[in-house]
Ligand binder design. Structure first.
Ligand SMILES: [Zn+2]
Length: 143
């Protein structure tokens, strides 16, 4: 295992002001990625996305999840049991009465969703993502 010696050298997106983000993102994307809003469950077209491919951050394009780790959690939000290596970071969110683990893009720090401990094996994690905070990049157009 290579030692993780990359000390937060994330550049892309870091120099952007909130005003820059507001111009680049759609209103809903801005609310979720920059203001930690949560989309209404069941509203994202990514819920039904079944193709092979990669889910990317809607803010900076960083690959976040492979389609092979997506599963149907029944929550109404796109759910994954494992992110790509070093794709996301977490922090503790005290907005509700109980602390939750907030998930954000490791590159632009945009808010993506939360992670819970009731996911499937092999990780047991449920990365509960806002579909609006991601874009899907299909591996093949046909099919
Ligand atoms: Zn990002």
């Amino acid at each position: 295992m290579p030692e993780s010696d990359k000390t937060q050298s994330a550049k892309s997106g870091q120099g952007k002001s909130e005003r820059d983000w507001k111009q680049e993102l759609s209103p809903n994307q801005f609310k979720v990625l920059r203001e930690h809003a949560t989309e209404y469950p069941g509203t994202s077209p990514l819920n039904d996305e079944k193709r092979q491919g990669v889910y990317r951050c809607a803010g900076c394009g960083q690959p976040l999840y492979a389609s092979g780790t997506k599963y149907e959690s029944g929550s109404g939000w796109p759910s994954f049991w494992e992110p790509l290596p070093e794709a996301v970071e977490t922090s503790t969110d005290y907005k509700l009465a109980y602390p939750r683990t907030e998930v954000h893009c490791a590159s632009c720090k945009g808010h993506l969703g939360h992670v819970f401990d009731d996911g499937p094996q092999p990780t047991g994690k449920r990365y509960c993502m806002n579909g609006v905070a991601m874009t899907f990049d299909p591996a093949e157009k046909s099919g």
